[in-house]
Design a protein around this ligand. Sequence first.
Ligand SMILES: C[S@@+](CC[C@H](N)C(=O)[O-])C[C@H]1O[C@@H](n2cnc3c(N)ncnc32)[C@H](O)[C@@H]1O
Length: 318
Amino acid sequence: MGFQEAFRDIVLKPLREDEEIKQEVTQYLIAYQQSRTEFSSFDHYIRRKILGYARTPCETQALALLYSYTYMPMHLDGNKKVIEREYQTFFKPYIYQKPANVWMIDVGCGPMTACLALADFQHSLPAKKRLDLDYLGCDIHSFMTDIALSFHRKKNQNDLFGEHFRGRYPDIKNPSWWEQVDGPVKAGGALVFYFSYFWEQGGVTEEVGKWVDCVKRLSLQARAENTFLVYLNRDLGDSSSAYTEFKQRLRERPNTLEVISSEKCNHKYQSWSGLEEWMTQGILPQARPKKKTDLQYEILRVEWKHYEDAGTDTNTPL
Ligand SMILES: C[S@@+](CC[C@H](N)C(=O)[O-])C[C@H]1O[C@@H](n2cnc3c(N)ncnc32)[C@H](O)[C@@H]1O
């Protein structure tokens, strides 16, 4: 089963078939129909008014699914672009060397977008060159990690990486969640902190210290031969952005973070239209012609040994 079929089963079907979800989406549809002239379509209404261009917290199952319908295909393509361009940069040393593995910590994982992009890329490689991957999907909204889990469990999606894939989705609302994850980086392996379209989210400015501590704690725990940070988004944000502050606070010494790659480019992305017809008539949404959008990404190497004598950012012991 490919991604499109899994997307239909996991994201589209529940919008029509689950009564509670359908009820919430129908309320949005009625509100849209009453203000139709302001929006070019129900898809547009959802994107702008309901999802606030991907900034609305997805605190219901319906919102998490609408986010996945609207933004997951676009972000999947952004991640594919970065992975296609940079896979060799930071994964190459590990792909032949089993049992060396990669521990990927996907912060604000949403419906597992980045991991699915990596899985898609890996399918183009011969089996013996695929990563041995321990994946940790972290999201503040459990409705998002529920969708991630559905992709993980989907028959034949489960062989995302064949037998070399282990996924976990901790409850990060528990303040000591990181104590419950052991750092499973084997000799010669890599630890990757992955931030895909995360740092522009409302509320993360207050959480910079929490993620700085997470990087310090988990990288010290893993003691991996190589520890990387991956960032991608439409842009890097300005000098006062949460991501800029995050990097400043991680830089224990001038060379704690080494820039391996920093690129500004664009990518084509897939999107869908026809949510109104899907909800009212059961006609599947249609793929729109692909559009281009901006993309900026960075890959940094983290010298975690610099954290050995450092304190935390939130004044709790490391
Ligand atoms: C724009 S989405 C990106 C999702 C996914 N990484 C992608 O590329 O499609 C941002 C995600 O961050 C999550 N999020 C927002 N604030 C968060 C926080 N403080 N901690 C963890 N996750 C958070 C949201 O629930 C959402 O799933």
